[in-house]
Design a protein around this ligand. Structure first.
Ligand code: NAD
Ligand code: UDP
Length: 345
């Protein structure tokens, strides 16, 4: 298939490009580079062994820019990663988050339908479950109250895409609810490259390990979990990338049931690891120290979040292959080989 990959220069998008090409697909990346560096695409091309990844520096809110992309070629599907993702920033700048994530997706989807491409895989998140009603979380678990505008953009966009599919059954919509992506490609050439102080646990750990930050703050050790720290379903980004390739099956006749529909999948490993499990595994596997201290709980955090990934296994034939040791080893390889992230292009 020829795939339009929005946000393809970013963390998950860049890893997904490799899995797409490995599986025989081709891709065109649309990204405004607001949170990424085009060097990631050069490195993806090196890893795949092709001269370059077709790339258009276009904002998904730019109709004319998108029209040119669609006029130049035909796409079988879109994998839609583009969006702003910093939880804390979304609380301070809700308008910007709703405008970029929701406004951008509405324009993208409009341009897709006008150009005859009605297959979309959307990057959703476990955050749509709110404080989950059941653990492990299945796709039947009701959606919950999000604690920030970023989460609401994901929850609302799921509804928007479902409604569009219901009104026009020619659409095929796949909602992938990611759990906690960590790790990096085994080459150490691409990885997560956060701007400023990392919000997420793993990039914070790696930046402490490489000496860029003094110590990790562990947000709370009084949760009702085995060691008191938060438990999450960490998933290797290469496994997450492979889930997108598997999800393309939803667009072929073979997997379709009686009529087209919205497909919803949890994308996690099904295992919960605590914050301290991750820190200890990182120290053990990599032989580097990660000083940490216990801090108060972070507002909006829940105690435990991990999924039941059986639906994706049964319907897509996808299952996570990598374990916690792979996750911490590959995160460290990327950070230690690229202490300052990607070089300026
Ligand atoms: P990322 O920031 O590395 O990648 C997103 C990319 O989208 C960036 O390259 C950015 O420049 C681009 N972008 C943003 N707004 C755009 C616009 N208006 N037009 C064109 N490009 C735009 O983030 P990521 O971690 O790779 O996440 C990819 C997707 O997965 C996002 O939608 C994110 O919300 C979602 N997600 C991420 C996580 C996570 O923990 N990383 C978890 C759940 C869901
Ligand atoms: N966390 C932490 N210190 C940090 C960042 C995160 O203790 O500097 C904890 C956080 O409280 C949560 C877990 O690590 O229990 C995962 O947080 P992250 O922000 O990576 O992902 P989330 O599950 O919130 O999307």
């Amino acid at each position: 298939m020829n795939i339009l990959v929005t946000g393809g220069a970013g963390y998950i998008g860049s890893h997904t490009l490799i899995e797409l090409y490995k599986a025989g697909h081709t891709a065109v990346v649309v990204d405004n580079l607001s949170n990424s560096n085009p060097v990631s695409l050069q490195r993806v091309a090196e890893i795949i062994g092709i001269p370059e990844i077709p790339f258009c520096k276009v904002d998904i809110r730019d109709r004319e820019g998108l029209e040119k992309v669609f006029a130049a070629q035909k796409f079988d599907a879109c994998i839609h990663f583009a969006g702003l993702k910093a939880v804390g920033e979304s609380v301070e700048k809700p308008w910007e988050y709703y405008e970029n994530n929701i406004g951008g997706t509405l324009i993208l989807v409009d341009m897709m339908r006008k150009n005859g491409c009605k297959n979309i895989i959307f990057s959703s998140s476990a955050t749509v479950y709110g404080d989950p009603a059941e653990i492990p979380i299945t796709e039947n678990c009701p959606k919950g109250q999000c604690t920030n505008p970023y989460g609401w953009t994901k929850s609302m966009l799921e509804q928007v895409l479902m409604d569009i599919q219901k009104a026009d059954p020619a659409w095929n919509v796949v909602l992938l609810r990611y759990f906690n992506p960590v790790g990096a490609h085994q080459s150490g050439r691409i990885g997560e490259n956060p701007n400023g102080i990392p919000n997420n646990l793993m990039p914070y750990i790696t930046q402490v390990a490489v000496g860029k930050r003094k110590e990790l703050g562990v947000f709370g050790n009084d949760y009702p979990t085995p060691d008191g720290t938060g438990v999450r379903d960490f998933i290797h980004v290469v496994d997450l990338a492979a889930a997108h390739v598997a999800a393309l099956k939803c667009f072929t006749q073979a997997i379709r049931q009686s009529s087209n529909q919205t497909f919803v999948y949890n994308v996690g490993t099904g295992h919960g690891y605590s914050v301290l499990d991750m820190v200890k595994a990182f120290i053990r596997v990599n032989g580097v120290d990660v000083p940490y201290s216990i801090k108060p709980r972070r507002a909006g955090d829940i105690a435990t979040c991990y999924c039941n990934p059986d639906k994706a296994a049964a319907e897509l034939g996808w299952k996570a292959q990598y374990g916690i040791d792979d996750m911490v080893r590959d995160s460290w390889r990327w950070q230690s080989q690229n202490p300052d992230g990607y070089p300026e292009n």
